[in-house]
Design a binder for this molecule. Structure first.
Ligand code: NVA
Length: 313
């Protein structure tokens, strides 16, 4: 078993913009291959151990990494907060150096992207970003695996993200721009994507020739194939005193059947956990248009493609 040449230079999986189009397409192809032929990869990680640091709660990420690593014949160890907050009980650099003594790879879900960068800088083993405040690259890769399963030519897809400009939308828009996918971000004023991510994405879209449309006007969503949404309040941003204000401000941006019909969209994606009747209606989430569980399953195949890429060869 060997990975595509385009992937040979990957040492970490930290942020979407570290990848080029060829590498993303190769990872998508590998994920689909592992999904279709899991037994071919059942010993790919034999003898390898993965340390998984979680500073924030997780269902899909924790389970899909743990069970995915098991399906590749490897071993994973969950490290929650019982050993103290990352960077407080001991420095991030020491955490990275210690884990490098025992493990073959680090998966980390952290509050700050600086922690991911610190781990990658000081570990002598690969690091995978399993969500931080700025990026969620494992999610975006799984999302494009999901899209590739329906749309053989990704460059023809029109994808809109409606809601809070956050880690999920950042990763999605960057990957879309690299792949040449037309992308629309509809967010309430004051909840747009951060300026540096917009600049980066604009440049990538220009290089790939894709369209990037950023708007605060939900009525300007235009014709789309796929609508994606995520929670209006991300982990780490919870502030009970602001919740009522956020819910009121975001209410017009709820993704529901009417919005899908207006955009003529035929696929609904959500990274989950969903806050039903907030960013998405229960009716739409449970409908035929919703591919959220296919998307959730693809987390595992996408991550397994990344694990095989970083640990085999
Ligand atoms: N934007 C969400 C994604 C959860 C998977 C958060 O960071 O909480």
């Amino acid at each position: 078993m060997s990975t595509d040449n385009a992937l040979q230079s990957l040492n970490n999986f930290l942020a979407d913009d570290q990848l080029n189009k060829e590498q993303i397409l190769a990872l998508i192809e590998l994920a689909i291959n592992i999904k279709q032929h899991p037994s071919d990869y059942s010993q790919a990680l034999a003898g390898k151990s993965v340390a998984m640091i979680f500073e924030k709660p997780s269902l899909r990420t924790h389970v899909s990494f743990d069970m995915g690593i098991n399906k590749l014949g490897g071993h994973s160890l969950y490290l929650g907060q019982q050993n103290g907050k990352l960077g407080e009980r001991e420095r991030v650099s020491d955490y990275a150096k210690n884990l490098s003594c025992f493990a073959d790879l680090i998966v980390a879900r952290v509050f700050s992207h600086d922690s991911i960068q610190g781990l990658a800088e000081h570990a002598s083993i690969p690091v995978i970003n399993a969500l931080c405040d700025v990026y969620h690259p494992c999610q975006a890769l799984a999302d494009f695996v999901t899209l590739a399963e329906t749309y053989p030519d990704l460059s023809q897809v029109k994808l809109a993200y409606v809601g809070d400009g956050n880690n999920v939308s950042n990763s999605l828009m960057i990957m879309a721009a690299i792949l040449g996918v037309d992308f629309t971000l509809v967010s309430p004023e004051g909840h747009d994507a951060q300026a540096d991510i917009i600049e980066k994405t604009k440049q990538l879209a220009q290089e790939s020739g894709s369209k990037l449309h950023l708007t605060n006007d939900i009525n300007a969503i235009g014709k789309q194939d796929v609508i994606y949404t995520d929670t209006w309040i991300s982990m780490g941003d919870e502030d009970a005193s602001k919740k009522a204000e956020i819910l009121a401000k975001f209410a017009p941006y709820q993704v529901n059947h009417a919005l899908m019909a207006k955009a003529e969209a035929t696929m609904l994606l959500h990274c989950q956990p969903a806050h039903l009747e907030e960013e998405i209606t229960t009716e739409l989430f449970d409908s035929e248009l919703s591919k959220v569980f296919q998307q959730a399953e693809n987390r595992m195949w996408a991550q397994n493609a990344v694990l095989v890429t970083l640990l085999v060869n």
